[in-house]
Design a protein around this ligand. Structure first.
Ligand SMILES: [Zn+2]
Length: 271
């Protein structure tokens, strides 16, 4: 599933090709995604210039003069740039065509992605307005985690995966950040000190930044005649390594389930 680093990498990969460009047409071959694609999408978007491509949580935002196109990649979606028209392959559901012939093509085998339009202020959009801060922004801090966790009972892993607290910390990154911060995933949030939350916030930032940096090496794949951008596999310390030796202490890593998600940790290194 595309996580925040893949969405950020997608943004960086496609933005140079379409920012400042004007849409001439939109072809919807399959509009039955997680939510129905707006019926008049082509009429709405034709003639509009993409002023900027940005990201909020896992939403890609294409800002125009009259509103914003939101794209979410869901479970299996991807976007790529075609310099010239090519016949669509299976699951190539939507083409955004620009005046110079460039095509932004949306592919999504499982169709859990979404393509939406809003003319309202984007921060007020129902999907975005209750989201917590971006993890890589200065507004996400250990102090914030500390304050929001007082007098509450919840395992810390579930807390940092809650998008009202901070966005974009998916299961893999939650496992990895807690290992790096040496905090047990099951630790109750009300009992973690400010100092440890500061460490945790730093680790979340480092883990995500590293993932984005690794994704940068795949940027060329966004302009690809045949394939699709592959989601990158990274060096992981704990996720997917249950029963294998901890890289820090060599003791076998433990696995449990928290909020129904696979949780791997070192019972010796993490407290
Ligand atoms: Zn260990």
């Amino acid at each position: 599933m595309p996580e925040l680093p893949e969405v950020e990498t997608t943004k960086r990969g496609i933005a140079p090709y379409i920012e400042g460009q004007t849409i001439t047409d939109v072809i919807v071959r399959q509009g039955n995604l997680r939510w129905a694609v707006p019926e008049l999408l082509s009429q709405t978007l034709s003639g509009l210039q993409i002023q900027s491509v940005s990201r909020r949580a896992k939403y890609l935002l294409f800002t125009t003069e009259t509103g914003t196109l939101l794209i979410h990649l869901g479970m299996s979606g991807s976007l790529r740039i075609l310099p010239t028209y090519q016949n669509p392959a299976k699951h190539d559901h939507i083409d955004f065509i620009f005046t110079d012939g460039t095509i932004l093509r949306f592919n999504d085998p499982r169709r859990f992605g979404s393509v939406l339009w809003t003319s309202a202020p984007i921060d007020e959009h129902p999907l975005l307005k209750k989201l917590g801060p971006e993890p890589l922004s200065s507004s996400f801090t250990g102090e914030q985690l500390y304050k929001q966790s007082r007098n509450r009972k919840l395992p810390v892993k579930s807390f940092i995966m809650d998008s009202h607290i901070v966005v974009g910390v998916g299961n893999i990154y939650a496992n990895e950040a807690l290992f790096m911060a040496k905090i047990l995933p099951t630790r109750q949030i009300g009992k973690i000190s400010l100092e440890r939350y500061e460490k945790l916030a730093d680790c979340i930032k480092v883990i995500l930044q590293n993932a984005i940096a690794q994704g940068g090496t795949t940027l060329r794949d966004f302009v690809n005649e045949a394939g699709k951008p592959g989601y990158f596999q990274q060096q992981l310390q704990v996720y997917g390594r249950a029963d294998l030796p901890c890289h820090a202490c060599s003791q076998p890593l433990s696995e449990t389930r928290l909020s129904n998600r696979t949780t791997v940790f070192c019972s010796q290194c993490q407290r």
